[in-house]
Design a protein around this ligand. Structure first.
Ligand code: PLP
Length: 355
């Protein structure tokens, strides 16, 4: 881990050390009547993995090449992107400042606990909009630069064309992995917010000249004024880095907001069932903020005959939200089979309480 290489002239730091597994989800496939496979980007090394680590390999490779000493990025207090950035910065010996929005917890939980453990300087700014958050972060960068820090700012979700190149390569990686197992995928379903995962996969498909359907399940509204337009921009920026001859158009971007509910982190009817099925049938954790919404989309589209198999569920990580007490309590109350589980000691035989 930590080796720098140059792929197509872009510096890249190896933060994972191995290729994430890809395997069939046999029991879920049986349940849904559609062949489902899973790309396990939730499994990995630095910072407990996730899709952001792929992008950070590119972004932090660039930051080191520029001589940066301090990484600054922003996101929600649930953000996996900021947690992954803090972990990667720790592993590379860089300082890291995270500017985090949404209601402030009184205790450090979930990703916030990890952010602190990884040594990041945490600036909690409360319930501000994404636009306000970006402005506050710009101010933090100015202050650090004024204090002679060599800052590299990662935009929200590490959404850059450079970062997206990692997912163009990931498309080819997944294709080779599934073919080596004598299969292929017709559709990919993944959670989507700031967009570089989708942009990269779409570019990867274009480079490989495939007709795979790639469905980005939007899990955060209002990240951009023009969401598809920004995704397309990211895909084109990524293409300019690694495959300038490849063209990507607006019709290549396929997003659905049907599983977003009231917005980022808000409950939807499909989330508890998705968490339940993935856990009960496959022993895989999907979280209520990101991947359960994508899994809920997959389940619904499969059941309503709108999904051509084989389907690759791209698990983008992020199960740490499950350990945020508020979200954990919500999952516990919403998954029907959990409600029956007794969490208090059973009365001793004969009716008296055990001591
Ligand atoms: C677990 C998880 N899945 C999906 C996403 C969305 O990725 P992207 O920002 O590339 O759209 C994120 C990032 O916020 C994430 O943390």
């Amino acid at each position: 881990m930590g080796t720098t290489t140059r792929g197509q002239d872009l510096p890249r730091i190896d933060l994972r050390g191995f290729t994430s597994p890809l395997h069939p989800l046999r029991r879920l496939s049986e349940e849904l009547g559609v062949e489902v496979w899973c790309k396990r980007d939730d499994v990995g090394s630095v910072g407990l993995a996730g899709n952001k680590v792929r992008k950070l390999e590119m972004e932090l490779g660039h930051a080191l090449a520029l001589g940066a000493t301090h990484i600054v990025t922003e996101g929600s207090r649930h953000s996996n992107a900021t947690r992954a950035a803090a972990a990667a910065a720790a592993a590379l010996g860089l300082r890291c400042t995270l500017v985090l929005c949404h209601d402030e917890p009184t205790e450090p939980v979930g990703n916030l606990l990890l952010d602190g453990l990884f040594g990041a300087d945490l600036r909690l700014v409360g319930d501000v909009s994404w636009v306000e958050l970006a402005e506050v972060t710009a101010g933090v960068v100015r202050d650090l630069e004024g204090a002679s820090e060599r800052v590299y700012r990662l935009p929200i979700g590490s959404a850059t064309g450079r970062g997206a190149t990692s997912f163009a390569r990931a498309f080819a990686e997944a294709e080779e992995q599934i073919r080596a197992q004598g299969a292929d995928f017709a559709t990919i379903v993944h959670a989507s917010s700031a967009g570089s995962t989708h942009a990269g996969l779409v570019l990867g498909r274009a480079i490989r000249r495939r007709s795979t359907r790639i469905v980005g399940v939007v899990v955060a509204g209002e990240v951009y004024d023009d969401v598809p337009g920004n995704y397309l921009r990211l895909a084109r920026e990524a293409a300019a880095f690694i495959s300038p001859e490849t063209s990507v158009g607006a019709s290549d971007i396929e997003l659905t907001e049907a599983y977003l509910g009231q917005g980022y982190g808000q409950p939807t009817p499909g989330v508890p069932e998705a968490i339940d099925l993935m856990a009960r049938l496959e022993g895989i954790v999907v979280d209520p903020v990101y991947t359960a919404k994508a899994a809920a989309a997959l389940i619904d589209l499969a059941r309503t005959g709108q999904l051509q198999g084989p389907v690759l569920f791209w698990h983008t990580g992020g199960y740490h939200a499950m350990f945020d007490p508020a979200l954990a309590a919500r999952v516990w109350s919403e998954v029907p089979r959990l409600r029956g589980i007794r969490l208090t000691p059973a009365p001793a035989p004969g009716g008296s309480t055990r001591s």
